[in-house]
Design a protein around this ligand. Structure first.
Ligand code: SF4
Ligand code: SF4
Length: 397
């Protein structure tokens, strides 16, 4: 059902309501599970339940004329739990948010800056496209650019924005390059030609900008031949797996974490360094709750020498969002001004309660978000935040 909606491409709210999928929306039984499971359900006036109730009653303008929907961090909790299988997070909410943004007298400054930078520079930080592959100098292994290779490659690796530019994200990129090299994978990256895949701007409500990013990226993909795509970013994976096919993208795509999990046996002879650590894993909303990838990251972590894996209270489908998705990464000041607690703080408190030395993640957004919370909450002498790729590379040294 959800896939059918997504394969139809980006549409308007009116389009949705005229389609069979819109009828499913109207099948909502007003059970309130979505509101109860929402991490900001206590502060949101218009949870999916009330949103649908107002839509049915012809009162949607009450939702569209405020900024309440910006509290939604597109965590997929309501989507995963809705007993009617309504495509809330990936379809209804972005379409409503699009109307909300159009009606706002002023889009929150951080969010607006991220939109403008994405359009102008191809990344939300406003960094120069020429510096996109600057991290390669730190990799210590060869990381070829597609434009230099001059032949088809087995794997196109989409590094994505935070792993390309953020100082701590770059450690993820360096570790991934070393793992691909150790596995003998025939890969290349786009480097300065790579642009944001656009999933977060779409889920924040900027569907027009998503269309632009997809068009630009499809033109770049069409220049080269590659057998499959892997990406370091769950949000990029989600876009390419579910939204790019509507524009003709048919190449298989996989996130780095399941890719490494499939190849962990091949890496075992190289994993000789004991980590001597207790690790707890944070299930990302997109890879986990959305993609069903719960076992793969854990199979990697338990293969590392000297690792004890412990679970947080909320794990698997019940994970707590880091607060960075759907534009949340660029709305911290908006939430702070309203007195909302930070979801990354909630998560780090749970990680600390396990007694773990390391909070492991599979998304380049999460490292800076959780590291900030670790410092703010005073756990910086107790907990280290690491992407799984960094831990595998550490065990290989
Ligand atoms: S969980 Fe689904 S059926 Fe229940 S109120 Fe929310 S949208 Fe409606
Ligand atoms: S996607 Fe998450 S934050 Fe958004 S309404 Fe659903 S449960 Fe709440």
């Amino acid at each position: 059902m959800t896939q059918a909606v997504l394969d139809s491409g980006v549409m308007t709210l009116d389009d949705l309501l005229e389609r069979p999928e819109g009828e499913r929306l109207m099948s909502c039984i007003q059970c309130g599970i979505c509101a109860a499971t929402c991490p900001y359900g206590d502060v949101m006036e218009h949870t999916p339940r009330t949103l649908i109730a107002k839509l049915r009653a012809g009162l949607l303008d009450e939702v569209l004329t405020g900024d309440d929907l910006l509290n939604c961090v597109t965590c997929y909790a309501c989507w995963a739990k809705c007993p009617r299988g309504i495509a809330l997070t990936d379809v209804l909410l972005p379409l409503v948010k699009e109307q909300v943004l159009l009606n706002l007298p002023e889009v929150p400054a951080e969010l607006q800056a991220a939109f403008e930078a994405t359009l102008r520079y191809g990344n939300p930080m406003g960094e120069s496209p020429r510096k996109r592959a600057a991290w390669v100098e730190e990799a210590g292994v060869e990381v070829p650019l597609m434009k230099d290779v001059g032949r088809p490659v087995d794997v196109l690796w989409i590094v994505e924005c935070y792993a390309s530019y953020y100082p701590r994200g770059r450690e993820n990129a360096v570790a991934t390059a070393r793992l691909l090299d150790a596995l003998g994978v025939d890969f290349a990256i786009l480097g300065p030609e790579e642009r944001c895949l656009g999933e977060c701007v779409r889920l924040a409500g900027e569907t027009g900008l998503f269309d632009t990013m997809r068009e630009q990226n499809m033109a770049t993909f069409d220049k080269y031949e590659f057998g499959k795509v892997i990406t370091s970013d769950p949000h990029a994976f989600d876009a390419m797996a579910h939204l790019y096919p509507a524009a003709g993208f048919r190449t298989p795509v996989e996130h780095v974490t399941p890719f490494i999990s499939r190849h962990i046996e091949d890496l075992l002879p190289r994993l000789t360094r004991e980590l001597n650590a207790t690790i707890t894993y944070h299930d990302t909303c997109v890879l986990g709750r959305r993609g069903g990838l719960f076992d793969e990251p854990r199979s990697i972590l338990t293969a590392l020498p000297g690792v004890e894996l412990v679970e947080m209270t909320h794990n698997g489908v019940n994970t707590i969002c880091c607060g960075g998705g759907g534009g949340g990464m660029w709305l911290d000041a908006f939430y702070k001004a309203r007195g909302h607690d930070r979801l990354s703080d909630r998560r780090v408190e749970e990680a600390a309660a396990t007694g773990a030395d390391i909070l492991a993640v599979s998304c380049p957004f999460e490292v800076p978000r959780f590291e900030d919370s670790v410092k703010v909450l005073g756990y910086d002498d107790r907990i280290e935040v690491r992407d799984i790729t960094e831990l595998v590379a550490r065990a290989m040294e």
